[in-house]
Design a protein. Structure first.
Length: 241
């Protein structure tokens, strides 16, 4: 890890060692097959990785933001197993470093890199939570960023723009949600269509009337998958009633 701050190197090394020590080779084979991953797995579940990262981060704190960003970058770029990338996201989101989660050029560049190089749903969907946290902390900056990402050629940046507000409920920026959906509404890709339906379904729990109206208005453009996913919770509620 040449050029990596000493504290970052210690944290990265401790995480790698802990992941390797707790692996389950039998589980790892199935995980790699399921995720269609070029990287092998150690065989840990995501909750196990999260718990491990919290423990290791507490034992090996980094002293400054540059070291934190370096640790995340090193874990990600030099990953030999997929859990190391899960761990990188865990370090990025750790509550100890919440004050460093600021949407400046350094962090936004890193998040963009993680999304575009991760390029698969298990990693990108976790990173969408980072985008959501950043949006909640700095709406003007992140609204502009997510609007920009929603018009990118890269599918995964667009997916983040669509699902970044999951769980926001009444704080959802409906104009931003609509704009993000519009950027991918004609994309035939499964992951774009699924993201649209997922985001609309989540918001239907807050404003059912708006989602019904939107789906009806866009009926000719929304894919069957997006429509089905968007209305799934509402139809389940209607059946229950």
């Amino acid at each position: 890890m040449d050029g990596v701050p000493a504290a970052s190197g210690q944290l990265v090394g401790a995480i790698r060692t802990a992941l390797a020590a707790r692996g389950d080779p039998e589980r790892a084979v199935g995980q790699q097959r399921y995720m269609k991953s070029a990287l092998p797995f150690h065989g840990l579940t995501v909750p196990q990785v999260r718990a491990l990262v919290r423990k290791v981060v507490a034992a090996h704190p980094v002293p400054d933001r540059a070291s934190w960003l370096a640790a995340v970058t090193t874990l990600w770029d030099e990953a030999t197993h997929r859990e190391q990338r899960y761990a990188a996201i865990g370090v990025l989101r750790d509550r100890r470093y919440r004050d460093w989660l600021i949407p400046d050029e350094a962090l936004l560049g890193l998040v963009r890199h993680l999304v575009t190089s991760g390029a698969w749903w298990d990693l990108v969907d976790e990173l969408s939570h980072v985008a959501g946290d950043l949006l909640a902390s700095d709406r003007p900056t992140m609204t502009a960023v997510l609007r920009g990402w929603s018009r990118e050629q890269d599918l995964w940046l667009r997916r983040v723009s669509i699902i970044a507000q999951l769980g926001a409920r009444e704080a959802t920026d409906v104009e931003l949600l609509t704009y993000a959906v519009e950027g991918s509404i004609d994309d035939p890709d499964f992951f774009a269509r699924k993201a649209i339906g997922w985001a609309l379904r989540d918001y239907s729990k807050t404003d059912a009337a708006w989602v019904r109206k939107y789906v009806a208005a866009q009926a000719s453009r929304l894919s069957p998958l997006s429509r089905r996913e968007a209305l799934k919770w509402l139809e389940a509620q209607a059946t229950a009633d």
